[in-house]
Design a protein around this ligand. Structure first.
Ligand SMILES: Cc1cc2nc3c(=O)[nH]c(=O)nc-3n(C[C@H](O)[C@H](O)[C@H](O)COP(=O)(O)OP(=O)(O)OC[C@H]3O[C@@H](n4cnc5c(N)ncnc54)[C@H](O)[C@@H]3O)c2cc1C
Length: 404
């Protein structure tokens, strides 16, 4: 039986392991962290296409149960004017609406599901190097010097992937988007809890959004245009300092944002990164998937759903083409155009310049006009992507075209 070494136990890692198991391929997941991973304090939205990918391997239910639906967004300007409302994800039809979940919770649920299925996940194993000079297969070499041998190695090790560089030492570095994302949680925020919706504020200086979890806690994020935070700043900045950073940019808005930030018990910062294009996804028996291959800036809220799609499509390719190089080629052919389109779309949705009063007025009028004209289904190509587990892996391409 083929054995895959999966590097990274975030989202793509455990989903790939479950999908490979369904395809009859054995695997072990190696995760660098003893528990959880980086950025576990953030929360994210899983879209219809992410759930559809999980459904293909019967893993949608636990994620649905651990998350909460929030499928409508209400938009305000920084001067307190309501700009309109719209369904999140463009209101595109699909079996699943958008669901919100903390990253740590998503990792936990996926790990539990994989472990229940008999998949081995080893923690505290950081990939450092590989040995491709074997008669057959590939060996992963970990930071403690230990080696594990397999038939192929799948790098699901995120934006700062070691596998990407082992595949191609010239691989591009992640690009800082110019925005730090703060995510926070407040049990006693000065707002009426309205479950099932997001409130989004195009402020005078920054974009702020919040929603209410089922237990009444307010979850929020704000995009701060500023220089990249160093590792030390990410780890050591106090809660009070984070509040100060955010409220300094929110105070001028007629919105509850500054009050929500002040009331927060927890705030977590992440630098926004993306990679416009990674020229080489695979070499020999190694491949990268998820953020390791195509990280998108968080703006479109689709990186996790794409990582889930990657995992299932790759497993289908390996099921149908047992020769790894052929499978990797088929996989790349089906995935590259789609994921790079997301990266470009997400980058366009960003913007680090603080608009002046006139530009803000024009922006707010444009948002209001667009919302009044009703849902335009601009996200259909993203959210309506469907994976048919039983169809041959090479037929996936046509469903991309159909969803445009
Ligand atoms: C602030 C923020 C908000 C976001 N919001 C959303 C959202 O709303 N919706 C959405 O879909 N996406 C969102 N994203 C993007 C999403 O988080 C990523 O696209 C997704 O996590 C990618 O999954 P992955 O499995 O490829 O990588 P990751 O989830 O990053 O997992 C990689 C794993 O590999 C491990 N690892 C790293 N190096 C090694 C090594 N050398 N050896 C072994 N293990 C290693 C890491 O510890 C980690 O567990 C957001 C991102 C950020 C930063």
């Amino acid at each position: 039986m083929t054995k895959a070494l999966i590097i990274g136990g975030g989202i793509a890692g455990p989903v790939t392991a479950m999908a490979l198991q369904k395809a009859g391929i054995d695997s072990v997941v190696y995760e660098a962290h003893e528990t959880g991973a980086d950025d576990v304090g953030a929360f994210m939205t899983i879209m219809n296409n992410g759930f559809d990918a999980l459904h293909a391997i019967d893993a949608d239910k636990p994620v649905l149960e651990a998350s909460f639906p929030a499928d409508r967004a209400f938009f305000w300007s920084g001067s307190g004017k309501k700009l309109g409302e719209a369904p999140i994800g463009g209101g595109t039809a699909g079996a699943y609406g958008p669901h919100t979940i903390k990253r740590a919770e998503l990792y936990r649920v996926l790990h539990e599901e994989a472990t229940q299925r008999g998949i081995q996940i080893e923690h505290g194993e950081r990939l450092d190097d590989v040995d491709t000079d074997l008669d057959q297969g590939v060996a992963a070499i970990f930071a403690d010097g230990s080696r594990r041998k397999g038939d192929l190695l799948i790098g699901a090790d995120g934006i700062h992937s070691a596998t990407r560089v082992l595949i191609d030492p010239e691989a591009p570095e992640p690009r800082y988007t110019g925005t730090v994302v703060l995510c926070g949680y407040a049990r006693q925020a000065p707002v009426d809890p309205v479950p099932g919706v997001y409130r989004m504020i195009y402020g005078k200086r920054v974009f702020f959004a919040y929603t209410t979890a089922p237990d009444g806690e307010t979850w929020w994020f704000v995009n701060l245009p500023r220089p990249e935070l160093s590792k030390a700043e990410l780890a050591a900045t106090s809660l009070e300092e984070r509040k100060r950073q955010a409220t300094a940019l929110l105070r001028r808005d007629r919105s509850p944002a500054a009050g929500i930030v002040e009331a927060s018990e927890q705030i977590r910062a992440s630098n926004g990164y993306d990679i416009a294009s990674t020229p080489r996804w695979h070499a020999g028996r190694m491949i990268v998937i998820g953020d390791a291959a195509h990280a998108a800036a968080p703006n479109a809220g689709h990186g996790a759903s794409m990582a889930m799609e990657d995992a299932v499509v790759l497993a289908k390719c390996l099921r149908d083409m047992p020769e790894p190089v052929a499978a990797f080629r088929a996989y790349e052919q089906q995935r590259r155009e789609r994921v790079e389109r997301l990266v470009a779309t997400s980058a366009k949705m960003g913007g680090t310049a603080t608009p002046g009063p006139m530009k803000r007025l024009i922006r707010d009028m444009a948002i209001s006009k667009r919302l009044k004209s009703g849902p335009r289904n601009t996200a259909a190509w993203l959210t309506q992507y469907h994976i048919d587990w039983d169809a041959s892996c090479t037929s996936q391409r046509s469903s991309i075209a159909d969803s445009r």
